[in-house]
Design a protein. Sequence first.
Length: 355
Amino acid sequence: MNTRILPVSADDPDSAAVRLAADALRTGRLVAFPTETVYGLGANALDAEAVSSIFTAKARPASDPIIVHIDQVSDLSVVAVDVPLLAAELAARFWPGPLTLVLRRSQRVPPVVSAGMATVAVRMPAHPIARALIRLAGVPVAAPSANRFARPSATTAAHVLEDLGGRVDFILDGGPATIGLESTILDLTRATPTVLRPGAVTLEMLRAVIPDVQLVARYLQPDQDGIEAPGMLLRHYSPRAELRLFAGELARVIPAMRQAARDAAAVGRRVGLLVPAAEREDFSDLPAVVRLLGDDLETISHQLFDQMRALDRDGADIILMHGLEQRGLGLALWDRLVRAANGQVIWCEAEESGV
Ligand code: TXA
Ligand code: MG
């Protein structure tokens, strides 16, 4: 298959390129498109065969369900049934935007979309190109992140091409995704609404609407069994290089990372460091490739997957990074880092006083 990249401006989302892509979607083909979170690999959600081809293109296990994207709230009734009032309230507050709701699946959505489960995950994205594409296609669009399975999500058209070139008909290039981390997933089919994946609609924001909202923090107990949602497997979002994640007090974390960098380099490993820009001087003298991430949570999230991929291209064998605060968007960042690190966190605790 020949992959065509079509540049599109967010100021002119109804362009001929988007109409061409919408026609392709309607006829069962695959289109990668930008959203405000990450790029999606889209297919007509009502066409089981088209959705199956997503799994093939991504090398994604059939047990991992896919999010359905809609363009207007009224389309919820096409893809879901028994929609609770709370869903309408959340939609009014957070849609269009980076929030995905898990609801009961309508018969019109083929089981393959949801890996055979009775539920369906639904989101109305905010990106003008995504919205125009869905509207012009006239069908709900099933779309996982447009990366090969378990790789860092694609946040640019170049990432999509890197992972899926020759496996997708069209890539709409609308520039880098602004948020850079995937949407928050909130399950409304349980007795208590539960966040399955933290994202840019933060736990704090959800708590203002749902005081008892819960979080399934799988990454906090990586050894416990019982997978909460198919596809929530631990190792995910991973660069090819091994990612080693440090946590704790910065005054201890930085020396520990410096030592780890020297130790790895001493045994011939190519070391990559992923650090906030303000820490450049702390690491600049090491035998390592240092890539900078900006300094606030928004910028770090926006750049994370791009810089992970860049370190892979640099040929890094091991990447060292430290965590940041676990509040707000920081919780989403922490979730992706722990999973990219396969659950291995090196805690650099403060020494106990009086010892
Ligand atoms: O921001 C996003 O959500 C992006 C853009 C393209 O919208 N999409 C995305 O899709 O991240 P994906 O497939 O990479 O991740 C979706 C996750 C999967 O890990 C899957 O387990 C979960 O959503 N999911 C999908 N349907 C579900 C369902 N019915 N119940 C529980 N989890 C579900
Ligand atoms: Mg994904």
